[in-house]
Design a protein around this ligand. Structure first.
Ligand code: NDP
Ligand code: MG
Length: 387
């Protein structure tokens, strides 16, 4: 029987990788829903290949363009995620949640209800909305698989093990483009240089997060939420080559390491073909690369944003939204050359110390509207600090 699936954010980097993977095995898949924000051409192209009936495109102009074309009449084209409740009436086999940003939270929550298994790449949804994701997963008995390489690795390593056996989890960091640069050179570095990641090919936002190491701050929070671990059990290890993605140290004396080539298709492939005997035709990591893993601890002087982890609460709170939204807005200002690399980092560090935000560490989000409202408020605050 064909696997019925949905892809949220199918036109993005993760979405396209998944499409590439299942294109080679088309006869075994039926895609029920694809979504994008603006890229209607790509969306339509994907819909044609897989004969997908339901398409959501949220940008108003792109929606109009797509809707007004006569030959598109055979598709159901929508401009919002509310229709998910109309499209589905029972569970499909798998959903990939790969929208970027907080707008991915609402559709992710909706699709949990209609999926047997949901693979989530959307970091922001996990970091800010875990309270709701976790509740929906339990309520609907939906299986959750993380896509981010470190978390997919931890998930693979701890399968069938109970949390109380986990002594420590290490997630690796490549160190980004500035790992071996002197501090003085980084302070005013041009965004184009910060975008050049040594190992991974990724979008602009996540590349800047990698250069500031904010990506690792987010990944520690993700680890905390997904695996229910306290911060004290999570450690970042610098590992320049990025072959090892995570290490789990158990209380029974075992330390398990997961390594794979630096290709996101590997975790993505394994979220959709979990436990099936399928073969991924991709470069496998040369064993000799594991001869010199060279793990190091982070130089917090060079990457001061990592110190933010000290102020992250162990319980879900609205503070995580402050962090995600402020960082996201600052990345835009930096990429548009409105602020320097150093001003970016200082502004973020100062903003989260403000009383109005630090007090949110004790406030659990009550609903998505509260998260969304805070998201916009924080962005306005950043604007006032950066102009
Ligand atoms: P991209 O920016 O490449 O793609 C994002 C996708 O979401 C696109 O389909 C885009 O549509 C759609 N989208 C963006 N904003 C909205 C919106 N407001 N409403 C509806 N749809 C929207 O992102 P990535 O694929 O790189 O990343 C997706 C998520 O996965 C992110 O949260 C990222 O942090 C996480 N992640 C990514 C990794 C990577 O290697 N790329 C690794 C680990 C995690 P359109 O194309 O039309 O703009
Ligand atoms: Mg990662």
């Amino acid at each position: 029987m064909k696997k019925k699936i949905a892809i949220l954010g199918s036109t993005g980097s993760i979405g396209k990788s998944l499409i590439d993977i299942i294109k080679k095995d088309k006869k075994n898949f039926e895609i029920i829903l694809l979504t994008a924000k603006k890229n209607y051409k790509k969306l339509l192209h994907q819909a044609k290949i897989f004969n997908v009936k339901n398409l959501i495109i949220t940008d108003k102009n792109s929606y109009k363009t797509l809707k007004n074309r006569k030959y598109n009449k055979k598709y159901n084209i929508y401009d919002n995620f509310k229709v998910i409740n109309k499209i589905f009436n029972k569970k499909i086999d798998y959903t990939m949640s790969a929208i970027s940003g907080l707008d991915g939270l609402e559709p992710t929550l909706k699709m949990i209800k209609y999926s047997k298994k949901i693979a989530v790449a959307n970091k922001e949804a996990i970091i800010c909305g875990w309270t709701f994701i976790d509740k929906e997963l339990k309520k609907n008995k939906t299986e959750f698989i993380p896509v981010d390489s470190e978390h997919f690795s931890i998930w693979s390593l701890i399968k069938r093990n109970k949390n109380h056996l986990i002594d420590k989890v290490f997630i690796t960091a490549s160190g980004g483009p500035f790992l071996n640069w002197p501090l003085y050179k980084i302070k005013n570095v041009h965004p184009n240089r910060a975008l050049k990641h040594p190992n991974w090919s990724m979008g602009k936002k996540i590349s800047i997060d990698s250069a500031t190491m904010m990506n690792k701050v987010f990944e520690v929070i993700e680890t905390q939420k997904i695996f229910g671990l306290p911060k004290s059990k999570i450690q970042i290890l610098v590992h320049e080559k990025s072959y090892v993605h995570a290490i789990v140290q158990f209380n029974n004396g075992l330390k398990k390491i997961l390594a794979h080539d630096t290709n996101m298709k590997i975790p993505i492939f394994n979220t959709i073909y979990d436990n099936e005997n399928k073969i991924l035709k991709s470069k496998n990591l040369n064993i000799k690369n594991l001869n010199n893993l060279n793990f190091k601890f982070i130089d917090k002087k060079k990457f001061p944003l990592v110190k933010i982890l000290n102020s992250i609460p162990n319980e879900d709170s609205l503070f995580e939204t402050v962090l995600v939204s402020a960082n996201d807005e600052l990345v835009k200002y930096y990429l548009n050359k409105k602020i320097s690399f150093i001003k970016f980092q200082k502004t973020l560090q100062n903003l989260i110390k403000l009383k109005e935000f630090s007090k949110l560490k004790k406030k659990k989000p009550r609903n998505i509207s509260e998260i969304n409202a805070l998201n916009w408020y924080v962005r306005l605050k950043i604007k006032s600090l950066c102009i």
